[in-house]
Design a protein around this ligand. Structure first.
Ligand code: NOJ
Length: 553
């Protein structure tokens, strides 16, 4: 198999609003990121994925772009961006930008034109349909609640928006849209950026007959109908030919609603589409069939093992995977599948990290995950900022699918805002994030959990991540070894091996808060501990609560 730099890399995602403020307006910005680059260098990561920093009215915090070639003024200027990129490169870090081209903002000049008249030259940049029987053209729902169609009085047609009303979907079947998008991608690549993370790229080719979904259609059911449309691979191949193949870059497709079979195409190792797929099947195993992620359902570990193992073995030798627990759309993993009590927070954060970072694929760390940051202790619904949380809360309650209390508890557990509270840098005011009150409150646990404290503690979650990253750098076994799951039915232990030639490692992770017996396979009796979160383990010992252990022979 041909080897690529991005297969040995570890990616760190920055959500700019919440990373570091430099000008005292309570919102993170580009100079703030530049200031913190040495911290990322010390952590040891290779690539930064920068969530959108483009001009945007911020209906969905920057995932609604009104000008792809301008910087959001709250984040700084193009000069600030250039300086950040230059400084990152000087430190040997790469920057991958978010590419959000399934939709634009309704304030983008293309849409402003498109909605003027039916024969406007930009009309076909978007998806317009006549009313059907006086109603929406289909029963598709938006991911942020309500219908995916919005009626536009001026021209008497509906336009499609799979996300908010302010995020109209682009019409990729129009070759002019593809020309414009590819042109814009060249603009950024010529500046020297190192690749793209492509937002909901699996949605760009819709079935333009818009077949109705099930009677109780929601955003997520429509999403699944829209995903992996007829021309998606054709469009990505075209993008690859006309843009990507001209640069030495890394590309990752956010492949929501993508099956393993489809992912083999998106991230094929022949390199005709994207370098890797970011899939979500494992992130929805504790979802509810009706309310989706808005639930308090607990994890059943065998389900997680089944899904992750199917992806690990299914893509082997065919396509490249991404590995992640956290991102800006997920609650904090230590609160979700670990244990954020004082006793177990650090241990379980390290266990989760070990379990993921020893797998095959490119690992992604979301800002603050390397500190073991936790969910926020929300006290009322009015504290949430995220459109996905506030809209869906309203809908769940209005449709009487949940009571107010149930919906609030579900939001507390799964809202995206849990990931979006400011990074906890130190124990000073606002956790060192900003001089001003931050746009989203700082987690009150910042006095104990912060980067400064962790940097000075050799046993911290930060230093554990640092070790995991360093291990990957020096080990072909971790990067290229094949994966095999052991004990698929065990409800507490996640155990797998990785093998490359004569080399083998065993990764054991206890997802429970109790001591567990474990029959060490004979072949690992003489194994050396490569990394572990407790210390003092010897062959034959049980596995302690939230213990993680990697043995190598
Ligand atoms: C996926 C992004 O990760 C999410 O934050 C955003 O709301 C939607 N796409 C719409 O762009």
């Amino acid at each position: 198999m041909e080897k690529h730099w991005w297969q040995r890399s570890v990616v760190y995602q920055i959500y700019p609003r919440s990373f570091q403020d430099s000008d005292g307006d309570g919102v993170g910005d580009l100079p703030g990121i530049t200031r913190r680059l040495p911290y990322l260098k010390e952590l040891g990561i290779d690539v930064i994925w920068l969530s959108p920093i483009y001009q945007s009215p911020n209906d969905d915090n920057g995932y609604d772009i009104s000008d792809y070639r301008k910087i959001q003024p709250q984040f700084g200027t193009m000069e600030d961006f250039d300086r950040c990129l230059e400084e990152a490169h000087r430190l040997g870090l790469k920057i991958v930008m978010d590419l959000v081209v399934n939709h634009t903002s309704d304030e983008h000049a293309w849409f402003v034109e498109a909605r003027k008249s039916r024969d406007n030259p930009y009309r076909d940049f978007y998806i317009w349909r006549d009313p059907k029987d006086g109603r929406e053209p289909s029963n598709w729902g938006s991911c942020f609640g309500g219908s995916a169609w919005l009626y536009d009085d001026r021209t008497g047609q509906y336009f499609l928006h799979l996300f908010s009303k302010k995020q109209p979907d682009l019409n990729w079947d129009n070759p002019k849209v593809r020309d414009e998008v590819f042109d814009m991608m060249h603009f950024w690549l010529k500046k020297g950026i190192d690749g793209f993370r492509m937002d909901v790229i699996s949605l760009i080719s819709k079935d333009q007959t818009f077949p109705d979904g099930p009677a109780e259609s929601t955003g997520y059911t429509s999403f699944n109908i829209a995903a992996n449309g007829k021309h998606v691979h054709e469009y990505l191949e075209e993008m690859n030919r006309r843009v990507l193949s001209n640069y030495d870059i890394m590309t990752v497709g956010e492949c929501s609603g993508v099956t393993l079979e489809e992912a083999k195409k998106y991230a094929n190792l022949e390199g005709t589409e994207l370098d890797m797929a970011f899939q979500f099947e494992h992130m929805s195993i504790d979802d509810d069939p009706v309310t989706g992620k808005f639930t308090e359902k607990k994890l059943f570990l065998p389900d997680l093992k089944e899904v992750l193992s199917r992806w690990e073995t299914g893509l082997e030798g065919i396509a490249w995977n991404s590995l992640f627990w956290d991102n800006h759309d997920q609650p904090r993993i230590v609160s979700r599948w670990g244990n954020d009590s004082e006793e177990y927070r650090a241990l379980s954060a390290k266990m989760l990290a070990t379990c993921l970072h020893m797998m095959k694929g490119t690992p992604y760390i979301y800002q603050g995950e390397e500190l073991g940051m936790t969910n926020y202790p929300w006290a009322s619904v009015s504290e949430f900022n995220d459109i996905d949380s506030t809209n869906n809360y309203k809908e769940l309650v209005e449709k009487k699918i949940m009571t107010e209390e149930e919906a609030f508890r579900a939001l507390r557990r799964r809202s995206r805002d849990n990931a979006r509270t400011p990074v906890q840098w130190d124990d000073s005011k606002n956790a060192g994030f900003s001089e001003a009150d931050p746009w989203l409150p700082v987690n009150p646990n910042y006095k104990e959990i912060n980067a400064k404290a962790e940097l000075s503690d050799p046993d911290s979650v930060f230093h554990y991540y640092q070790k995991l990253i360093a291990l990957r750098k020096e080990s072909d076994l971790i990067v290229y070894g094949t994966y095999e799951l052991l004990l698929p039915e065990d409800p507490d232990l996640y155990v797998y091996t990785r093998t490359l030639g004569e080399e083998k490692l065993l990764c054991i992770s206890n997802f429970s808060d109790h001591l567990r017996d474990f029959d060490l396979p004979d072949s690992f009796r003489e194994g050396k501990v490569l990394i572990g979160n407790y210390g003092g383990w010897k062959a034959g010992d049980p596995i302690r609560p939230y213990e993680a252990l990697v043995l190598k022979i």
